[in-house]
Design a binder for this molecule. Sequence first.
Ligand code: 4AD
Ligand code: MG
Length: 429
Amino acid sequence: MFIKNISQQVGQEVEIKAWVYNKRSSGSLTFLELRDGTGFVQAVVAKNSVTEQVWEMAEKITQESSVILQGIVSKHPKQEDVYELQVNNLSIINLSVDYPISNKEHGPEFLLENRHLWLRSKKQWAILHIRDMVETAINEYLHSVNFIRTDSPIFTPNACEGTTTLFSVPYFDLGEAFLSQSGQLYIEAAIASVGRCYDFGPVFRAEKSVTKRHLTEFWMMDAEAAFVEHEENLAIQEGLVKAIVKKCLDNCTQEFVILERNTETLKKVLEKPFVRYTYDDAIIKLNELGSDIKHGEDLGNDDEGLLTKDSDVPVFIEKWPKAIKPFYMKIDPENSARVLNDDLIGIEGSGELIGGSQREDNFDLLLERIREEHLPEAEYSWYTDLRKYGSVPHSGFGIGVERAVRWMAGIEHIRECIPFPRMVNRLKP
Ligand code: 4AD
Ligand code: MG
């Protein structure tokens, strides 16, 4: 039996296979707090209703021991919707000795060093579940609007998002390969086969950003669609973010309680269209709000906070200066110094959630941009090919999964939003 189904088993004899995450004793009663991955329940061992051998075993059990228990499910005498297991029999599969993480406060370095064990804590369990729900929502939403999953390679010969943040690895006789920063360029090829597609996987950024929002390895979902232009691209992104919020609200009640996440702010996100600023207007607005950002600069963390602080919904910043954005973005036909792109900035300090754009679909203009950026032309010949054989207007975007999880779960630091974080100063475990 799985603990999540316990309410359907009141009065029945069941067997639970679980770990003991906490234990209390009071005289002739031992309370074992159990978790089996699907949920949490308290088991009660009463000295006078079990054999002496079972009682001795209950006394011996330690935190994080793995156990099999048989007993009768009962309703908690005082709490609504809470159930217990009245134990008849139990056996220890593995007795855990000196588990290093206790219920007292531990520092972040200690916990990160013990990430392989820290994952078992209730809070981390809740975050893992929310992460799964975010990923499920992304897959479901994209299929509902006719995208299929195609995936992209991780070893690549060229850069997608600028050459300064590439990790390189030796690659047999072919010289150097780079770990992918985004699969975008590859799914741009795949749309000519399947129309709309997405990839979902780890990407790598060799940026020395030590912040609460940066990982060196993170999961990205890149989506790309043929015949979709800038406006529709934004609509798909908004639909996706709302689908993620709704899916989590519908399915993560227990997780939100564990994380003490106030969900009122999330409910409001579903009620209104997202706010939109052009980059030019965003800079004016930021200066009015007291930021010293200059036109032509990228937004900092504080700027993103300022721009979203009074908003109930995420904020799109569209049409950025061409000079600070990648080569593949399409020039705005109304202003050749701007590109048809967007960054979606989340509320509640969640920062940039999505980066997207319409892509340059004209062969000559794309080649010009590659040359302007001094990118190795030959390495991109396959990509420019796409503009030679049935090129179409197309757009896409990428969402950082851990950024979305961090926002949904209301977690301060992104390192808790991926099972095993990779950061500038951490590669272990
Ligand atoms: O804005 P970015 O760099 O966009 C791209 O890579 C495009 N090629 C995507 C596309 O159009 N298909 O990255 C997309 C998102 C960001 O908005 C952010 O959520 C996340 O990826 N991200 C990071 N997340 C964690 N750690 C980092 N170092 C991140 N860098 C970007
Ligand atoms: Mg970006």
